[in-house]
Design a protein around this ligand. Structure first.
Ligand SMILES: Cc1ncc(C[n+]2csc(CCOP(=O)(O)OP(=O)(O)O)c2C)c(N)n1
Length: 518
């Protein structure tokens, strides 16, 4: 059988051999042989997405939860370009993804047919690896290298360009996986010098990200905090964190630069574990971009491509830290709220009613603050925020997370503005019957931009300017939008309505959307 495979089949089978079993797809003519290959390579599960930004964002969500790449199938340059914003977010999250981008047959490119474009040019800024297959019998090995590149620590985006004739011509068979490029081991000297630093009595922050923020890494950080009094912190948009009751508590860096400066004001030294020094998300006239005190010394324990979790364990041992963290987050569920439905009472309801071990694909924007405050002491959960600031990621992220963890409840709290970018994700939720509860914060506004308009010091703001930040005219009806895509939906205007609707969503499986009027 294997000798009769075409390039597309050898690609699909190689991906499966390498543990890539899911493909978020939006195909076209140039990808038809890959599409056809899915009926012979049955271990590859295709998931149709109606917009490429959904496919790429879903691949990110899948990678963050599964810890391994999914593939995307994208239609030439324009298909890839439609997916770029969420590939940007995925790159910021260091999520492994294998993009398969179809192209014209090799001999067809010379004619400059309408869909011809600079695919590698589109791919370059977001990809850690790009390759164009030259011949069908090379596709399998190209695919194995693509997966190896995507999986290489800390995780990257590999883009394999597949000319149509390399897909339809006969290939030699599938390839086996290549060895993983593991994270580098932090040198003993580094562990020792950081151990010394942590014993010098200065006020220290440990800034955690990646593997340092979950599982054994986080536990080891908790041991170090117990021994040294170091403050554990993480980025505002750390791509993957484990929060809630029983976990080692980590302070999240606030969003605005003056708040970051406040949080770091007394910090004398900072140890970076898979992270970078804190900077302002944006520059503002007259305000600093660098948010730590000039005198604060930054030291790397582990770079993102190094094994931060293991480094923390070695460091904890070197310090003679206790065998387990001493401080753990207590479970403090809010009382059932009364009064008006707003971002705070909504957060209380969500924190109170969400079951153990849920995943939050969070793009709640200006509604995030009360939500994170309430979730901090809620049942243990996983938090996946917008990692690269490009809005329209929450819904796709939820799709990918739900496919990676079908037994876990996925909650998607989302701004109405951001949700409108990739609302086609709702259709995939319905089609795949994903257990996702979406909560749309219908504030009918780009609220954050109203705040930013003041902050950047824009003068003489009038109705024309404000109209660009206002979503009232016309009002989106998220209940109708969701129903139109096949998702059960309802609107909540009061605390009582939201409590009833959210509780019922938690007690059933499958996709739901609740539009809350806040
Ligand atoms: C791709 C992209 N386009 C535009 C923006 C600028 N932007 C940032 S937040 C925002 C509005 C978000 O509105 P919404 O999701 O309703 O949340 P809210 O601010 O109202 O809480 C926009 C347009 C962005 N970050 N990314």
């Amino acid at each position: 059988m294997s000798m009769d495979m075409n390039g597309a089949q050898s690609l699909a089978q190689t991906l499966v051999n390498c543990g890539v079993e899911l493909c978020f797809a939006n195909p076209g003519t140039s990808e038809m042989h890959f599409v056809a290959a899915l009926d012979s390579i049955t271990a590859m599960r295709p998931v149709l997405c109606l917009f490429e930004g959904v496919a790429t964002g879903a691949a990110d969500g899948y990678a963050r939860i599964a810890g391994k790449p999914a593939a995307t199938l994208l239609h030439l340059g324009p298909g890839l370009a439609n997916g770029l914003a969420n590939l940007h977010n995925a790159r910021r999250a260091a999520s492994p993804i294998v993009n398969v981008v179809g192209d014209h047959a090799t001999y067809h490119l010379q004619y400059d047919a309408p869909l011809t474009s600079d695919i590698a040019g589109f791919a370059r800024p977001v990809s850690s690896w790009i390759h164009r297959s030259r011949a069908a019998n090379e596709v399998a090995n190209d695919a194995a290298r693509a997966v190896q590149a995507a999986r290489a620590a800390p995780g990257g985006i590999a883009t394999l360009i597949l000319p149509a004739d390399t897909a339809w011509n006969l290939a030699g068979g599938a390839a086996q996986p290549l060895a993983d490029i593991r994270p580098g081991t932090v040198a003993g000297d580094t562990i020792e010098s950081v151990a010394k630093l942590l014993s010098n009595g200065k006020r220290t922050v440990m800034l955690l990200r990646g593997a340092a923020l979950i599982g054994d890494g986080l536990e080891a950080a908790g041991r170090i905090a117990a021994k040294t009094g170091a403050r554990l912190m993480c980025d505002t948009f750390a791509p993957h964190s484990e929060l809630g009751a029983g976990r080692v508590p980590v302070e999240r860096i606030p969003y605005f630069p003056e708040q970051i400066a406040g949080a770091f004001a007394s910090t004398e030294q900072a140890v970076l574990v898979g992270s970078k020094p804190p900077v302002a998300f944006f520059a503002y006239p007259g305000k600093p971009s660098w948010c730590a005190p000039e005198t604060c010394k930054f030291v790397y324990l582990a770079h993102p491509n190094e094994d931060g979790a293991k480094a923390l364990q070695s460091l904890a041992d070197a310090l003679g830290a206790p065998p387990a963290a001493l401080v753990r987050t207590p479970l403090k569920l809010p009382a059932s709220p009364t009064g008006a439905l707003n971002t705070m009472t909504a957060a209380q309801i969500i924190a109170r009613e969400t079951p153990d071990n849920a995943i939050f694909a969070d793009e709640s924007a200006t509604s995030a603050l009360p939500l994170l405050m309430m979730l901090a002491f809620a049942r243990p959960h996983t938090h996946l925020p917008l990692a690269g600031g490009s809005i329209g990621q929450g819904l796709p992220l939820a799709v990918g997370a739900a496919l990676a963890a079908p037994d876990r409840k996925v909650i998607c709290p989302h701004g109405d503005g951001g949700a409108a970018y990739t609302l086609q994700a709702l259709w995939t939720m319905a089609r795949e019957n994903l257990d996702v509860t979406t909560v749309i914060y219908a504030n009918r506004s780009y609220a954050i931009l109203n705040i930013e308009l003041q902050r950047v010091g824009a003068s003489a703001v009038g109705s024309k300017a404000l109209s660009l930040l206002d979503l009232h005219n016309p009002e989106m009806n998220w209940v109708q939008i969701a129903k139109g895509f096949g998702v059960e939906a309802s609107r909540a205007e009061s605390v009582e309505e939201f409590t009833a609707q959210y509780t019922s969503a938690m007690n059933q499986r499958g996709p739901r959307l609740i539009e809350i009027m806040v």
